[in-house]
Structure formats: structure tokens, C-alpha cells
Design a protein around this ligand. Structure first.
Ligand code: NAP
Length: 315
């Protein structure tokens, strides 16, 4: 028979780790399941400078620090990918069964913090050249493009921050954005416009990524004139947003049309004993600091739920 945990947390990004930290400090019997194949947005970020109290840090460094802190309070972690969650009614309350690629675990409550993955452009050549010039992570792949000509696709915070990181390594960057202005924060805009080796193709989209063994060119269409243009380039970095990792929850939790989990202010989902936090949820702002805040609230709500279930709640 499997151990019955108080809380199982699905996801090892800032939201899940913070939930783990809070749950362990509350002395809940907690298990955190983390998929090694999933790289979250924070770990793929070169520089974070809006996490209060820390002037500047790398994504990896911040995640490692939170992880170390959670572990110190006794948080258990297994590197397993969750494939399904389901409930069995026992003594009037659901016991959650978490199936993974390596086995099954049981818990009185679940916190889903499964994060999100990079959105794809869905254009010809994107899959073929993935890892051969097409990348979704500047921190991981930037060094491979030293002194090369590349394009960055997107106009949000991620595209502009990553473009500035890449600008220090590559010869020239062309940012391709589908509008005539950036969505990114003003401070990032000021900085990117000051980068001498960065130029912009406004009102433009990528139609195709082409080459033989590796990326050699990008075909770009101007949305205002419909003109097509070949840009000979060595690499394409795509930062056009994120899609939630919630496929395994379809039919179990209420998801919005983009697949994000609907939660209330206590991070409760519509299912008894299931809470959610971070980038997999529908939230007005997705940042490391909000993911951590949501993780703390989710753990607090899960603890209250479990203590009421066990009849040991402090009222
Ligand atoms: P985002 O804010 O959703 O921006 C995505 C960008 O990609 C937008 O400019 C969008 O264009 C464009 N786009 C979307 N789909 C596209 C498509 N199919 N073809 C071409 N362009 C497309 O995503 P993000 O930049 O990844 O950021 C995600 C979240 O993380 C945001 O909340 C962001 O603030 C946060 N973040 C924060 C920081 C920071 O605070 N330093 C850093 C990174 C990320 P439109 O503008 O036309 O919609």
C-alpha cells in the first residue's frame, strides 16, 4: 500500500517550491513531484531583477535557492512526470490518486503547479530545425550563436529581455514583431532601443524557417504591405508566450479556453482538495514573485483543508 500524503505538489518551479516550503514548515507530510523534462520559465530566464530584496539574479540560481530552503524544512521530492490525477471517495472525502511515469501516489490534497511551456510559432521549418538553429531558450543556447546573425520573434518582456542577453553574444539581432510597438515593460524597451546591434522588423510575422542541415534563412511577411522578404540568418529564438502544462487535467479541473486552471482567491479549483498556483493558472500577472505568492496561498489553503478533514484544525 502506498503512503498517504497530506499534500502532493505537482511541479518544481517557484510556485511549487514555495508551496513545498510552506507545507513542510506547517509539518504537513508533503511530496513534490517534478518533471525533469519540463523547463519552466524562471529556469530559462537569464536575469531576474524584479524579485523584491534581490537586486539581480539568474533564474537557475533563484530556483536552486528556493529548492534548498524547502529541502531544509523536510520537503520530499521525486523526479516523476504526472500523467493523470483522479479521486476515490473514502469516508466522505476524496483521496487523490496521482499516476506518474514511474508509479502511483496518494494524497488527501493536491497542489497543481505544473507551469507552462514555450508557445510555438507553428510555421514550416520550426520543428525540423528545433535544436538546429531554432531555440526557445537564450540562456541554454545563446553561446552557440556567438558572432552570428539571428532573429528574435516576439514583443513581450521575455522576447526583449532575452534579446538583450543575446545582444551581448551575437553579431546582429533582428527582432520580428507582429505589431508596430512592443508589449514589453517600458524600462526594457528603453534598454533594447539602446542596443546598437539590434534592429526591428515591425508589423511582421515569420512565414517559414528554411535551410539544409541548419537554419539558413527566415521568410518574413509584412502584415501591412503583404511583402515577403528573405532574411539570411543563423538562428531563430522564439519568445511568443507560454502554454500551460494542463493536458493531464482535462476533464478533471475547470480550464479556461487557453487551458489555464480557474482558481478562486484561495487558489481553490472547483474540485475538493485540489489547489493550483503559478503559470498553469488563470492569473492577471505571471511573474516569479506572483508565482511564489500564489504557492504560499495554495499551501495555506491545502493545510487548512487537510486539518479540517482530520479534525485537527485550529479554529
Ligand atoms: P507575452 O507577454 O504574452 O508576450 C508574447 C509576445 O509574443 C507578444 O508580443 C505577442 O504579440 C507575441 N506573439 C504571441 N503569439 C504570437 C504569434 N503566434 N506570432 C507572433 N507573435 C506572437 O509573453 P512573454 O513575453 O513570454 O511573458 C509571459 C509572462 O511572463 C508575462 O506576464 C510577462 O510579463 C512575464 N515576464 C516578465 C519578465 C519580467 O518582468 N522581467 C520577463 C519575462 C516574462 P502581441 O503583443 O501582438 O500580443
Amino acid at each position: 500500500m502506498n503512503e498517504l500524503y497530506d499534500i502532493i505538489i505537482i511541479g518544481g518551479g517557484p510556485a511549487g517550491l514555495t508551496a513545498g516550503l510552506y507545507a513542510s514548515r506547517a509539518r504537513m507530510n508533503t511530496l513534490l513531484l517534478r518533471s525533469l523534462s519540463v523547463m519552466g520559465q524562471a529556469t530559462m530566464t537569464d536575469m531576474i531583477e524584479n524579485y523584491p530584496g534581490i537586486e539581480r539574479t539568474g533564474g537557475f540560481e533563484l530556483i536552486n535557492a528556493i529548492e534548498k530552503q524547502a529541502k531544509a524544512f523536510g520537503s520530499n521530492r521525486l523526479d516523476e512526470t504526472v500523467t493523470k490525477i483522479s479521486a476515490v471517495e473514502e469516508k466522505g472525502a476524496p483521496v487523490w490518486r496521482i499516476e506518474t511515469d514511474s508509479g502511483t501516489h496518494k494524497a488527501l490534497s493536491v497542489i497543481v503547479a505544473s507551469g507552462a511551456r514555450p508557445r510555438k510559432l507553428e510555421v514550416p521549418g520550426e520543428d525540423k530545425f528545433s535544436g538546429m538553429g531554432v531555440s526557445y531558450c537564450a540562456t541554454c543556447d545563446g553561446a552557440l550563436f556567438r558572432d552570428k546573425d539571428i532573429v528574435v520573434v516576439g514583443g513581450g518582456d521575455a522576447a526583449i529581455e532575452e534579446a538583450m542577453f543575446l545582444a551581448r553574444l551575437v553579431k546582429k539581432i533582428t527582432v520580428i514583431h507582429r505589431r508596430d510597438r512592443l508589449r514589453a515593460a517600458k524600462i526594457l524597451q528603453e534598454r533594447v532601443f539602446a542596443c546598437e546591434n539590434t534592429v526591428f522588423e515591425w508589423d511582421s510575422v515569420v512565414e517559414e524557417i528554411a535551410g539544409t542541415d541548419r537554419v539558413e534563412k527566415v521568410v518574413v511577411r509584412n502584415l501591412k504591405t503583404s511583402e515577403l522578404k528573405d532574411l539570411p540568418r543563423d538562428g531563430v529564438f522564439i519568445f511568443i508566450g507560454w502554454e500551460p502544462n494542463t493536458g493531464f487535467l482535462k476533464g478533471v479541473l475547470q480550464l479556461d479556453k487557453s487551458g489555464r486552471i480557474t482558481v478562486d482567491e484561495s487558489m481553490r479549483t472547483g474540485q475538493k482538495g485540489v489547489f493550483a498556483c503559478g503559470d498553469c493558472c488563470k492569473r492577471p500577472l505571471h511573474q516569479v514573485v506572483t508565482a511564489c505568492g500564489d504557492g504560499a496561498v495554495a499551501a495555506h489553503s491545502a493545510r487548512q483543508y487537510v486539518e479540517e478533514l482530520k479534525g485537527v484544525a485550529y479554529k
